[in-house]
Design a protein around this ligand. Structure first.
Ligand SMILES: [Zn+2]
Length: 237
């Protein structure tokens, strides 16, 4: 079975930024694993914190429920919550080796994670570095010698909130028209961040229009990604 791993800093990032890719591959039979390193309980749960009597544990529980419902809407095979905290996220060596174990066990055909820079959110680029560090450790023969090492799965960086400020450019467009309804359903599971629903609907339309222009196909809904590593092909077209 073909597999993919999504490394999401907070428990909603995978929905806005990669929900289309996840649903598209899941619909094609891929087993997609989503690792939510944190719930985003401190930095991305403002609406929940405005409710009277809210507690940290309740915020985490609500965020986990939202993410689980969104993952089900997208067809995610496995969603994990590591509860590493946020603002700042706690990415220690133990967590790194845990992600290495996920990579080596799942053996993903590709990995999705955040942009390399983001002046609005320090957790996101920290997770990018962490996901790449885990990849190279999973490739290292000296790490847990005897275990099969990881190959060279491409890493695609999903779209940050303000790409122009994050040195992120779209290099790969994905036609997500066949699964847009699933992505929108997943977005609507994120009750704590209702202000983002229409924002990421507009992003989907904008990237769809650009995908149509760059392909001469009648694409309506799109997602865009930046590659980390060079593309290796058998032919140029
Ligand atoms: Zn986030």
């Amino acid at each position: 079975m073909k597999t993919a791993v999504v490394v999401s800093a907070h428990s909603a990032d995978f929905v806005w930024r990669a929900g289309g890719a996840i649903a598209l591959h899941a619909a094609a039979g891929w087993a997609v694993t989503v690792v939510c390193l944190s719930y985003g309980e401190r930095g991305e749960s403002a609406k929940l914190w405005r409710q009277p009597g809210m507690t940290l544990e309740r915020v985490k529980t609500e965020r986990q429920g939202e993410a689980e419902r969104a993952a089900a809407a997208l067809g995610v095979a496995d969603i994990q919550f590591w509860d590493l905290g946020d603002y700042p996220i706690g990415l220690d060596k133990q967590a790194l080796f845990r992600l290495v174990d996920v990579y080596r066990r799942v053996r993903p055909g590709f990995i999705l994670t955040h942009s390399k820079a983001d002046p609005y959110n320090h957790d996101h680029p920290a997770v990018t570095d962490f996901a790449l560090h885990a990849r190279v450790t999973a490739q290292a023969h000296g790490h847990n010698p005897g275990e099969p090492v990881l190959g060279a799965p491409q890493v695609f960086l999903f779209e940050p909130h303000q790409p122009e400020q994050c040195s992120w450019v779209p290099e790969v467009y994905l036609d997500i028209g066949s699964v847009w309804d699933r992505k929108r359903a997943a977005i609507e599971c994120m009750a704590g961040q209702g202000h983002l629903w229409d924002y990421y609907t507009r992003v989907g339309q904008q990237r769809g229009a650009q995908a149509a222009r760059n392909s001469d196909k009648p694409i309506v809904w799109g997602e865009a990604y930046q590659r980390v590593f060079p593309d290796v092909r058998d032919a140029l077209a």
